[in-house]
Structures are given as structure tokens and as C-alpha cells.
Write a protein that binds this ligand. Structure first.
Ligand code: FES
Ligand SMILES: [Fe+2]
Length: 374
């Protein structure tokens, strides 16, 4: 990563490809059902390795994945009650990362001051979340709101994503409604128009008009009677570092982003649909089967096409980071500004960074006019 001072004179898209994350947000790391009591999983959050584990009492914790004794990866160890035990010499660490026992020390011998960094964690929406930044800020930073979660009438499909690309490339793909061409064989959508665009330091809100026809239109119950096609408004809201997208009141997509490293990103998405199917199928034991069928037959097909494009974009960026590109969608440029701005805010000295985090005021929005930011 280049420092932002070096990047300042560069076009915004080049800076967006080169920045790191603002760690003072909650990031998704695992589906909660991937972590049973006693399990330890190694996860990467922007090049930091964490050992995420579930205690016997069901609580989830995260420690830096390096033993403070000699650096062995703690995820290779084991959970004992509410402690994590290193596999090498058996040093035992509590949930705060403090060494609380060394098995070969006599009972009265003082323990050394050895502490693994611990990270705030929480579980919500069936996802395990980690706060990699300043721990004191964790309580003030809310998780994304997902009002459809657990509500009757909405059918949820979990969509996992894994991309060999910088998170800015992945986020631009989600904001970019003008790539229906890529999905034409899947009868995705067509004839997009950007209707409205707002941006502040926290995010971007873009409303697009799009048209649907064919299979997707039928699945979502979109077509008017006697017609196979319909035109709707899609609202895509990026609130750093995650997305909330809604197709009027017909479907919603919450896309939670995990930047793994400079060329690797994951996503944990929750798609909510109103399916024209009987309730026994939507909420009974067959619901999870139906979720897998919809995931594999529709959403993963779209996703695979997107993955190819994002990874292709990354490969060319990696080969020649100075190559010039032409972006024509003002929503993408607005998104790049937010991603760069969130990273550059970190260069504020720590004391004033805390003050900045307290501020909740929103700067005047930039409105779209004739498709251009003004
Ligand atoms: S390296 Fe972990 S206990 Fe020795
Ligand atoms: Fe796509």
C-alpha cells in the first residue's frame, strides 16, 4: 500500500485501488453456523490473522493468531472451557488474551506478562462480526440494520462470495448497474438509468431505474398481469463498508464486505425475497433445501460471471497500476471518493480521530444533475 501522501496527486480510481481499510467498523468474518462450541477458525481481516473461537458457553471471541510466547498460530490450539490453549507449550489465554496458566510452572510461580491482542466480537444475522480497529470505538459503531431478518414473509438466501480482487473493485461491481450486458444470458436486467445520487463522507445512495423480463422477472413476481417485463427502481446504498440494496418492496440485498488483503476480498450477503410459493415450503424443513436450490441455480451463476470480471480487472491493475481508465458512472466516482476518504481520515492524529468518530453530522449531499456530480 502506498501512503496517501504519495497517492494525493493520483486520479481517484487509482487511489481507490491502493488504499487500505478504515478498521473502525464491524467486519463479517464467518457464518455463525460455521463455528460450533470448541471450534477455532483462522480468519484474515486486512492482512491481520485472527483466531476466532467459540467457548463452551457459546460466546464468540477473537485473539490475534500468534501466541505471545513464540508466535505459534493459536488457531492450531484448543478451547478449554472459556480459554484458548496454545498447542506448543500449553500456555492458556483468557478471552481478553491474558496468559492465565502455564502448565509447567509451579503453582506459586508468578506468570509472565504475556498478552495476545483481543478483538471485540459479536454475532448478528447469523454472522460473526469482528471490530479490528480501536476497541474503545466498537460500542459506538453500529452494525448494519437488516430489518427483514427473521421477519415472516421474507425468504432469506445466504450468498457467500470470495474474490481475488481489492475491495474497491468488488464494491464498484455492486454499485454498477450498467453491466446487465454481462448477465444477458441469465436474463438479468436491461435499460438502466441513474435517477438520483447522493454522497457524504459515510456513503453513497444511488437510485437506478431498471427493466426486467424473463425468468428473473417471474421469480420475483415483478411482471404486470399479461406482461413479461416490468420497470422498477433499484436503490443501492453503500454505507461504508457495507451495502443495503432494495428493489422497491420486492427484494432486498445486504452485502457485508470483508477485505482480506490488497488483492483478496470476501462477502457475506443476505438476499431477502418475497416468493410466490406456499408457506409450508418457505418456512418448513424444506426451506434450507430451497435456499440451496435458489443459490446454486440463480445467484451463484450471476456471481461467477461477476467474479471473472473483477478478477480480470485486478490482474490488469496488478500488472500496470499506472494504466489510465475512463469511468462514466458518477455513482462509481462517488463510491471511490468515500473509500479513499475513509482511509485518509485515519491519518488524523488519534486524539482528534476519536473526536471525528463522535461527530454524526452529515455534510451537505452532492446531488446528481444530468448524470454528473455537481
Ligand atoms: S508458543 Fe505458545 S505456548 Fe509456547
Ligand atoms: Fe453482476
Amino acid at each position: 500500500m502506498e501512503s496517501s501522501a504519495v497517492l494525493k496527486g493520483q486520479p481517484i480510481y487509482r487511489r481507490a485501488r491502493s488504499v487500505g481499510i478504515n478498521p473502525n467498523y464491524w467486519y463479517p468474518v464467518l457464518w455463525a453456523d460455521q463455528l460450533k462450541p470448541g471450534d477455532i477458525v483462522s480468519v484474515q481481516v486486512w492482512e491481520s490473522s485472527l483466531a476466532v473461537y467459540r467457548n463452551a458457553d457459546g460466546t464468540v471471541n477473537a485473539l490475534a493468531d500468534a501466541c505471545p510466547h513464540k508466535g505459534v498460530e493459536l488457531h492450531r490450539g484448543e478451547v478449554q472451557g472459556n480459554n484458548l490453549v496454545c498447542p506448543y507449550h500449553g500456555w492458556k489465554f483468557n478471552n481478553e488474551g491474558e496468559c492465565v496458566s502455564i502448565p509447567y510452572f509451579p503453582k506459586d510461580q508468578k506468570l509472565p506478562c504475556a498478552q495476545a491482542r483481543s478483538y471485540p466480537t459479536q454475532e448478528a444475522y447469523g454472522i460473526v462480526w469482528v471490530f479490528p480497529g480501536e476497541p474503545a470505538l466498537a460500542d459506538r459503531q453500529p452494525l448494519p440494520q437488516v430489518p427483514e431478518y427473521g421477519q415472516p414473509g421474507w425468504f432469506m438466501v445466504r450468498i457467500p462470495g470470495h474474490f481475488q480482487a481489492h475491495f474497491s473493485i468488488c464494491n464498484e461491481n455492486t454499485m454498477d448497474v450498467f453491466h446487465g450486458f454481462l448477465h444477458k444470458d441469465l436474463q438479468g436486467w436491461y435499460d438502466p438509468k441513474l435517477l438520483d445520487l447522493k454522497q457524504d463522507e459515510h456513503g453513497v445512495a444511488a437510485d437506478y431505474q431498471v427493466s426486467y423480463e424473463g425468468f428473473l422477472s417471474k421469480l420475483l413476481g415483478l411482471g404486470a398481469k399479461g406482461s413479461d417485463s416490468t420497470t422498477r427502481t433499484v436503490s443501492i446504498h453503500y454505507r461504508y463498508p457495507h451495502y443495503a440494496t432494495a428493489l422497491e418492496s420486492v427484494s432486498s440485498l445486504y452485502l457485508m464486505r470483508l477485505p482480506v488483503g490488497p488483492t483478496e476480498t470476501k462477502s457475506f450477503s443476505l438476499m431477502f425475497l418475497k416468493l410466490p410459493l406456499p408457506q409450508w415450503l418457505l418456512s418448513g424443513p424444506l426451506a434450507r433445501v430451497l435456499e440451496k436450490v435458489i443459490l446454486n441455480s440463480i445467484f451463484l451463476k450471476f456471481l461467477h460471471q461477476d467474479v471473472e470480471m473483477m478478477e480480470s480487472e485486478q490482474r490488469n491493475y496488478s500488472i500496470d497500476p499506472q494504466r489510465n481508465y475512463v469511468e462514466v458512472n458518477p455513482a462509481i466516482i462517488a463510491l471511490q471518493r468515500v473509500i479513499v476518504g475513509q482511509y485518509e481520515r485515519l491519518e488524523v492524529p488519534p486524539s482528534s480521530a476519536l473526536e471525528t468518530a463522535k461527530e454524526s453530522s452529515i455534510k451537505p449531499s452532492q446531488e446528481v444533475s444530468n448524470g454528473m456530480l455537481v
